[in-house]
Ligand binder design. Sequence first.
Ligand code: GLN
Ligand code: ZN
Length: 771
Amino acid sequence: MQQSQSHSHFPSTDAARPLVTHLGFPRIGARRELKQALEAFWSGETSAGALQDTASALRQRHWQLAREAGADVVPCNDFTLYDHVLDTAVLFDAIPPSHRALCEADPLAGYFALARGLQRDGHDLRALEMTKWFDTNYHYLVPEFAADQTFTLRAGKPLAELAHARALGLEARPVLLGPVSFLKLGKRSDGGCPLELLDALLPAYAQLLEQLRRAGAPWVQIDEPCLVLDLTPQEQAAYRRAFAALAQADAPQLLLATYFGALGDNTALVASLPVQGLHVDLVRAPGQLETVLAAVPERVALSLGVVDGRNIWRADLDAAVELVKRAGARARWIAPSCSLLHVPVDLQLERKLPDRLRGWMAYARQKLEELRVLADALGGDEAAREALDIAGRARVARLLSPMLRNPRVRERVEAVTPDQSRRLSPYPQRAPLQAQRLQLPTFPTTTIGSFPQTGAVRQARADHRAGRIDDGAYRAFLEAETDRCLLEQEALGLDVLVHGEFERNDMVEYFGEQLEGFAFTGHGWVQSYGSRCVKPPVLFGDVWRPADMTVAWARYAQSRTRKPVKGMLTGPVTILQWSFVRDDQSRAQTCRQIALALREEVLALEAAGVGIIQIDEPALREGLPLRRGDWAAYLDWAGECFRLAANGVGDATQIHTHMCYAQFNDIIESVAQLDADVISIETSRSRMELLDAFARYRYPNGIGPGVYDIHSPRVPCAQEMRELLDKALDVVPSMQLWVNPDCGLKTRGWPEVRDALRAMVQAAQGLREAV
Ligand code: GLN
Ligand code: ZN
């Protein structure tokens, strides 16, 4: 191993001292420089050259930052302009026929057309489907393969990034998404199994490995996160075949990287693969170290993921020391558990956070510094040992801090009884009471909550934050927006109205800001997809509700109209799922605290006379554990938390929930057990096929299957929506059917929203006349 000049902590031959590395770095930039460069390029303001310059500068800066923080070896080819799975598809020329001509004529334009679609200059290209990367909030583009897909190597990007890093004097390890995960994460246009394409793909991988070796890479990192999933015997066989083939190549040494969980029943499989290195996640699965040490041959060098790549707390370095010592000389590298893609870049930029809290946290850069301290302390460095002590004390200080605990909250969670999460009467008894109170027609029409967040709304919020307008002026503005929104809904003839959510920046942040136990960062950006980032709240302490959160707006809106207005809340599981949460207690425990706070809000809304309360849980499904065997326990506590929040109300109060995803088959029972009076779901893109799960289960309560796709500016006509409703009526009894769009309307413009909702109301009226 060559050691570059700039780093002289110790000779890398020191057996007791592992090397510090990481599996990947955030690409977006500490100040979201990549986002700005991408968006400027897309809007035509800047050239491709300017974009590539920014990308190159970011790569260089991140390598240098990692080196300065203490990394001995850095990854390369972990950078991407949009998505690393899309990069892999392009690398092996797995491009749908529709996009091929453009990809050949203008590779960069073709690449972005695959990522985002293209409707310009005579092109009409759709974007690839996007879906969540394992159980993270990062979205990747789903590769699309033909049944007879061929693969041709286009090795430009990995070779260029390797050459760039080497020119800077760095020891760089190219990162590739492994062949089995790549295929398994994709789909075949004919519906066949993508793994059947493995034999066609492997020669291209082998060729790439040979080129990387010739270009001077001593190691290549092959990411195979699918190795922590439940695998079929066919998938296991695919792994054997794939690595046997790669072992034949004149390749660099292979570091097989697994993360997001334990290898579990795949341990023996992994141990049998002919690789020279193995990375394991010891944060999610510290217990697997023993089995890995026992099963994996001595000749395989281990990379131990001992610092959490998924959360922002400083590591428990004492526990990490124990793990690394147990691995002894087999611990060649220490690293974060997974790519640092899922955490923000640099805590040093944070000015907003209270000092105490900041002292407990670590972003990507600080995580590498922790690993440096760990490695040096293991090597006997005195200063590092001291730093280790300081880190240990900081951690203990956090765990003992009164900021984390509110005895009242703990007592209340302890005192929860099962009847608190059950409605007073079963649905068949509640439904007539609600019908009498609400006086709705059959096929009631409604929306999911938000209306367009126009430039004016965003501007007013920014002005208010910056102090350019005072509370009174901001409030008056929001009232006027709400009034206008209610008038629009009345004019359209909707039956159940919403206030429009103009006061909300984000459906989680809005609640986090009003609850105790949350903090907000200034630079805690994490890539969600492409140029889009989220800034998850930091849930550090016991959660409680010091005051009403939404009651004033609900009351205001209801005072402006005689139609019923829904109260609108974000559910406990979604708040949990979209935050960085504390790691000193279980997620279930934290979720229960959120649920209790929301329960108080629900009861306050009810007491204020609100007859319908919607509790959104768009993230319930994404919280599902990666292994099937863990699903039941999760669904148990997640469901219990929703019910605890929702079900304290009287029979005549109608609880709605909203979930926008395209798969219910495997969780329908748990969804039904939430016992919401009405659930609205996304169905329009699947043309109501989604409803099958509900029909098969004989879902007993109200359902509003979305009748139009809010992700697209296209406005469907009433006839189109009517056809979807007729399809829905094939499987849903008419008394249960509600009429609504797929999701909230905040990203749309008013003209299209008006047209679409007018058509939706017309479709519902047509249906009422027909049945
Ligand atoms: N009530 C929210 C809205 O309409 C729901 C958003 C969501 O499901 N993601 O914006
Ligand atoms: Zn939604």
